[in-house]
Design a protein around this ligand. Structure first.
Ligand code: HEM
Ligand code: FMN
Length: 472
């Protein structure tokens, strides 16, 4: 059986062994193919990576992505005792799988009265590294901030003295009826917030009949999340095309078999954005003498948990991407990461739905917010709204933001971070986030003089702030 000292000898890119769940893996040939980048793996070369690995990966990742030759067998029980300082903070706090529940909650769910409170709560309650991973945006995080502020720049044009009774939030999204026009956007690593991970989002979504658009980078498996569905619940699946397309193809086929009824292909992440919050955490740990070296060219290994995403398949063009995904399913497809009207028009041409998103400001700093892209489409190619369902996300913090998006032509409005933060309180947190949003949307529609989602239109909003910007 391999021992602690055996593993320690393989702590470099040239020979990289790690321990995960008591087994030794030789990742030397895998390091440069790792979808989360080489740096994170090299940081744990020669050490036990279980605590860092678990919350970020579905339970079957090792079986799906590694060949049997990578598994060198079990490690002797005494292997790799790290000092508390060397361990990742989640491991220091106790059980490896969850970060959030190991520390007493400082910010109670009962104190949460709006969606922004979930972020404040998470900043108190979550492990700082986990919070940084969720919160991070690219570069100076200006796009992340702008996503939020851009909804505020849209003003309402309310109508009064209209009889308003029950406000009906229900709508259909890609052919399926839901109780609300907002949904849980695909966002991974849910076990950083709660040990049960994203299945709790599926359960809360079932309770409220809202859409959970499940993420393929989730920390629960596709099967677990399918099994968590209520009998009458519909969920959709999000895809990254990985360099090993065969793996993604299998994933899509299984998603169809497992009853996912709609798909999104995410196309805005062929490289990872430079998320400096993550990098700073990496650098802080990196300075310990145990960590890998800064190389002569000034690069560092171990630069944060999402710093250098490697191989997402980046050779697709429009015809090949759509033909590829269409060869697996006739179900509705959205292309996630549309950021200009020309690409929205291409979605229309190829019979798919445009999902206006800049990945929550995590990718290209300077990218437009979904508001700006909605306005562009209205100006240059309004037929997109007739032929496609336009989906949006990014910076939605209020019911009023949802209503503004719908008025500008969106069919469905996603929220990413908010539901991850809410998940730190378990299913109850996600339930509360949905309740808060439903109440805020309901109030905003009533005050606007509208009873039904389909009655919202551009006459209810004033976008002159954006026209002024365009003229300058
Ligand atoms: C040991 C074998 C490992 C395998 C087979 C593996 C596999 C994967 C795969 C397949 C993904 C893409 C997500 C998915 O489709 O499931 C991923 C993402 C990722 N992995 Fe690993 N991984 C390994 C080790 C590690 C380790 C030790 C870390 C240390 C923290 C790590 C951190 C990450 C991160 C940060 C992401 C990206 C998450 C994101 O940006 O959303 N991985 N990994
Ligand atoms: C921590 C985190 C992980 C994410 N993971 C994914 C993912 O795996 N796939 C994807 O298409 N989008 C992913 N996103 C982007 C979200 O789907 C969504 O576009 C974004 O969060 C919306 O912005 P918001 O967080 O301001 O609501 C992620 C976002 C965050 C914050």
């Amino acid at each position: 059986m391999l021992s602690e000292s055996d593993v320690r000898k393989h702590a470099s890119r040239e020979s990289c062994w790690v321990i995960i769940r008591g087994s030794v893996y030789d990742l030397t040939s895998f390091v440069d193919d790792h979808p989360g980048g080489a740096a994170v793996i090299l940081k744990y070369a020669g050490k036990d990576a279980t605590a860092a690995f678990e919350p970020l990966h579905p339970g079957n990742t090792l079986e799906v992505h590694l060949e049997p030759k990578h598994n060198l067998g079990p490690v002797a029980p005494s292997a790799i005792k790290q000092s508390p300082e060397q361990q990742p903070s989640e491991a220091r706090n106790g059980a490896p799988k969850a970060v959030a529940l190991q520390t007493p909650k400082k910010f109670k769910l009962s104190a949460v009265i709006n969606l922004g409170d979930f972020e404040r709560a998470a900043s108190y309650n979550l492990d700082p590294k986990a919070f940084a991973f969720y919160r991070a945006g690219a570069d100076d995080e200006k796009t992340l901030d702008w996503n939020r502020r851009s909804w505020q720049a849209v003003r309402f044009r309310p109508r009064v003295l209209r009889p308003i009774g029950k406000v009906d939030l229900s709508t259909s999204i890609m052919g399926i009826k839901f109780s609300s026009p907002f949904f849980i956007s695909p966002a991974g690593a849910g076990k950083l917030a709660h040990p049960e991970g994203e299945i709790l989002m599926t359960k809360a979504a079932a309770k409220h009949k809202v859409l959970h658009w499940v993420c393929n980078m989730a920390s629960c498996t596709q099967l677990e999340m399918a099994e968590a569905r209520a009998p009458d619940q519909t969920t959709f699946w999000q895809i990254y095309a990985m360099t090993n397309l065969a793996i993604t193809e299998k994933e899509i086929k299984q998603a169809v078999e497992r009853g996912y009824k709609g798909f999104a292909l995410t196309v805005d992440a062929i490289r990872a954005g430079k998320r400096e919050r993550d990098l700073r955490f990496g650098v802080e740990e990196f300075e310990s003498p145990e960590d890998p070296e800064t190389t002569a060219d000034g690069n560092t290994h171990g630069g944060g948990i999402s710093a250098t995403r490697a191989p997402v398949w980046s050779a697709f063009d429009w015809p090949s991407a759509i033909a590829w995904i269409r060869s697996f399913t006739d179900l509705p497809i959205a292309i996630k990461g549309i950021q200009c009207w020309e690409d929205a028009a291409l979605c229309m041409q190829f019979g798919v739905h445009p999902w206006l998103s800049n990945h929550g400001g995590r990718q290209l700093e300077g990218a437009p917010s979904a508001v700006e892209t909605l306005i562009e489409i209205r100006q240059h190619c309004p037929s997109v709204f007739q032929k496609c369902e336009v989906i949006v996300d990014g910076g939605i913090m209020r019911g009023t933001d949802v209503v503004k998006a719908l008025a500008l032509g969106a069919k469905a409005v996603g929220l990413g971070r908010t539901f991850l933060y809410a998940l730190s309180f378990g299913e109850a947190g996600v339930n509360r986030a949905i309740n808060i949003l439903q109440q805020e949307v309901e109030t905003a529609m009533a005050l606007l003089g509208v009873e039904k989602v389909e009655d919202l239109g551009p006459e209810y909003v004033d976008i002159s702030a954006f026209e002024l910007r365009a003229r300058l």
